[in-house]
Design a protein around this ligand. Structure first.
Ligand SMILES: [Zn+2]
Length: 87
């Protein structure tokens, strides 16, 4: 079983975006929507009609919605979030 770590994805402006259950180690790049535990910006309500994920505070794009292995996922915009690396 991979290790599961609860991480908070934050925009560079300081706004919390969502809390995510990351499995394993390494850099957080893609987030499956099914593993988001707390949604701070009402992201899940906008899915799947919206393809861009914008920060609710500064309006910058923090990620894009993609289908990965048949699941809805958010690919994070690494330039707009605080870096997350586990391990
Ligand atoms: Zn922001």
């Amino acid at each position: 079983m991979p290790r599961i770590t609860s991480v908070t994805v934050e925009c560079k402006c300081g706004q919390d975006i969502f809390k995510y259950h990351k499995s394993g180690t390494g850099r957080l790049i893609k987030c499956f929507v099914s593993k988001i535990s707390t949604d701070y910006i009402s992201l899940l309500k906008k899915l799947p009609t919206s393809s861009a994920v914008a920060c609710s505070k500064c309006g910058e794009r923090v990620g894009v919605v993609q289908m990965i292995k048949g699941q809805v996922a958010v690919k994070l915009n690494q330039g707009q979030i605080k870096p997350i690396r586990i391990g």
